[in-house]
Design a protein around this ligand. Sequence first.
Ligand SMILES: *[C@@H]1O[C@H](CO)[C@@H](O)[C@H](O)[C@H]1NC(C)=O
Ligand SMILES: *[C@@H]1O[C@H](CO)[C@@H](O)[C@H](O)[C@H]1NC(C)=O
Ligand SMILES: *[C@@H]1O[C@H](CO)[C@@H](O)[C@H](O)[C@H]1NC(C)=O
Ligand SMILES: *[C@@H]1O[C@H](CO)[C@@H](O)[C@H](O)[C@H]1NC(C)=O
Ligand SMILES: *[C@@H]1O[C@H](CO)[C@@H](O)[C@H](O)[C@H]1NC(C)=O
Ligand SMILES: *[C@@H]1O[C@H](CO)[C@@H](O)[C@H](O)[C@H]1NC(C)=O
Ligand SMILES: *[C@@H]1O[C@H](CO)[C@@H](O)[C@H](O)[C@H]1NC(C)=O
Ligand SMILES: *[C@@H]1O[C@H](CO)[C@@H](O)[C@H](O)[C@H]1NC(C)=O
Ligand SMILES: *[C@@H]1O[C@H](CO)[C@@H](O)[C@H](O)[C@H]1NC(C)=O
Ligand SMILES: *[C@@H]1O[C@H](CO)[C@@H](O)[C@H](O)[C@H]1NC(C)=O
Ligand SMILES: *[C@@H]1O[C@H](CO)[C@@H](O)[C@H](O)[C@H]1NC(C)=O
Ligand SMILES: *[C@@H]1O[C@H](CO)[C@@H](O)[C@H](O)[C@H]1NC(C)=O
Length: 439
Amino acid sequence: MLASLLIPLLFSAPAAYAALNVTGSTCTVTPLPSTGTTDPDDTPQILQAFTQCGKNGKIILAEGLFHIGQIMRTTEFSNVDIEIHGTLKWSSDIQYWLRSSISVTYAGRSTAWLLGGTDIRLRGFGKALFDGNGQLWYDQNRNQGNQNGRPISLTLWNARNVLVDGITWRQSQFWHTFVAHSENVTMTNLDMNSTSNSQWSTVNTDGVDTWNSKDVVIANWTVTCGDVSRKTPPTIFSFWSSFLFPYPLNTNPHPQDCISMKGNSTNISVSNVSCHESGCACIGSLGSQASQPDYVENVSFNNISCTHSSNAAWIKTYSGTGRVRNITFANFQLDNVNQPVYITPCIYTGQGCDTSRLPIEDVRWVNITGTSRYNVAGGIHCSASNPCKNLTMENVNIKPMSGGTTKWLCSNIQNQASSGIPCTESCPANWPQQLSGNR
Ligand SMILES: *[C@@H]1O[C@H](CO)[C@@H](O)[C@H](O)[C@H]1NC(C)=O
Ligand SMILES: *[C@@H]1O[C@H](CO)[C@@H](O)[C@H](O)[C@H]1NC(C)=O
Ligand SMILES: *[C@@H]1O[C@H](CO)[C@@H](O)[C@H](O)[C@H]1NC(C)=O
Ligand SMILES: *[C@@H]1O[C@H](CO)[C@@H](O)[C@H](O)[C@H]1NC(C)=O
Ligand SMILES: *[C@@H]1O[C@H](CO)[C@@H](O)[C@H](O)[C@H]1NC(C)=O
Ligand SMILES: *[C@@H]1O[C@H](CO)[C@@H](O)[C@H](O)[C@H]1NC(C)=O
Ligand SMILES: *[C@@H]1O[C@H](CO)[C@@H](O)[C@H](O)[C@H]1NC(C)=O
Ligand SMILES: *[C@@H]1O[C@H](CO)[C@@H](O)[C@H](O)[C@H]1NC(C)=O
Ligand SMILES: *[C@@H]1O[C@H](CO)[C@@H](O)[C@H](O)[C@H]1NC(C)=O
Ligand SMILES: *[C@@H]1O[C@H](CO)[C@@H](O)[C@H](O)[C@H]1NC(C)=O
Ligand SMILES: *[C@@H]1O[C@H](CO)[C@@H](O)[C@H](O)[C@H]1NC(C)=O
Ligand SMILES: *[C@@H]1O[C@H](CO)[C@@H](O)[C@H](O)[C@H]1NC(C)=O
């Protein structure tokens, strides 16, 4: 008893403590002990390690709890191994982050950690935990959409030849990850779960968004975006409530995407991903600015499960310029997906649904099975002035979860009859992304 009390006391004595140990080109950071009521800030030592060992070196964050009280702008790495064994917990000082988060230029978004350079291996060995303290963000954000300054957890920026492996995220502040202006990025074995425990939804805790990036491999992820705005009723009521409200309603107009490709993403491979409470696999939004074309080409999703999600294998564009070409959605398992397949040329605005000139072509769905929440498996409205070309479906079998026949709504698909899409009727312009019942 006495010994077990003494040991922690000895270890927490500040005098014996060195938070950063530099040995040759290896920097090892250990967390500062928590003393008193205010959390320490481990960011200075971590940044110091990144500076000292970020080129041809190794950075080790030891086991334990690191408090991250400041933004990290680490964009000069070259040939570095970053090994994280402990927990990184971002501080609760929302006002600080709103003021200080680093701009990523895309749509006014910003980040808490901007990481870039070449030949970077960031490994977490299944032990690293990134805790965004997100509940505070969900509660203060009160179901609003994109809040300026609300930070993305980790952004790869001007990064080349990168491996990110074995990291767990919980309660991310905003998007878990963003890959921008980067190439040859492999992100494997990641586990993300942001689920609100209050009445407020997480809102836009996307798993990953890519933008202006190429040659990206995403594999072996489990992602929960927490995209359910009404919580499941307490157990005592759930038997009766299940008759009144069969499934939690989703009232969030901008549901979060699990894996999403934004403008200028090419050669992206996504496989073995399990998405929950999210938009699952998504291309877009693209073409929001007529002056800036957005190209998304050569994207393949393979072996993806979409559970209790808003959509599954879908494409959303504004009526701007650019192109979507050569997209494969293969081997999807769906469970209770609101509207699995969806294409719109006029997302969120309803403007230019039939005048959009942003082409969508060579899109293939193959081996898609499982259940839709309602009786519509797909709503595809392509622009009348620029019909979708070469959309194909093979072995697609989606059944409404409460039985009945499946509807497929289709408009302006070139060679629709030979597409393999089992269209049953036309899809009106500005057809909603989320349905609230059978149609
Ligand atoms: C610093 O790290 C080296 C190599 O890992 C280790 O041998 C040494 O004991 C450490 N020094 C301190 C003070 O922790
Ligand atoms: C791509 O990045 C990986 C590290 O993830 C590296 O091993 C590989 O050599 C890079 N490929 C090229 C073509 O540079
Ligand atoms: C995510 O976390 C929530 C809350 O802890 C939990 O209910 C849910 O099962 C988790 N999701 C997965 C896929 O494990
Ligand atoms: C696509 O990306 C992968 C993974 O980075 C790479 O190995 C491959 O060479 C790229 N393909 C093309 C055509 O650039
Ligand atoms: C993905 O997970 C499977 C099964 O655990 C494993 O065999 C495979 O090596 C993993 N892939 C990568 C790229 O780590
Ligand atoms: C996907 O999972 C299978 C089965 O675990 C594994 O064999 C395969 O290597 C994984 N794919 C990737 C790209 O890791
Ligand atoms: C598909 O991915 C899951 C993980 O999400 C994995 O368990 C399964 O083995 C994979 N299947 C194949 C055929 O690769
Ligand atoms: C995408 O790439 C095109 C051409 O390479 C460029 O004109 C455009 O500005 C880029 N779009 C964005 C949003 O960066
Ligand atoms: C897509 O892949 C094809 C075939 O490999 C290639 O010719 C084309 O340049 C790629 N598109 C882009 C934008 O990289
Ligand atoms: C389509 O994209 C895949 C990668 O997903 C690529 O291998 C293939 O070459 C591309 N095909 C064409 C016609 O561009
Ligand atoms: C249709 O798209 C597929 C990719 O999904 C591609 O392989 C095929 O060549 C395209 N067919 C035509 C006629 O362009
Ligand atoms: C579709 O499923 C069949 C049967 O399991 C399989 O042989 C085929 O390779 C799958 N297609 C793709 C593109 O994965």
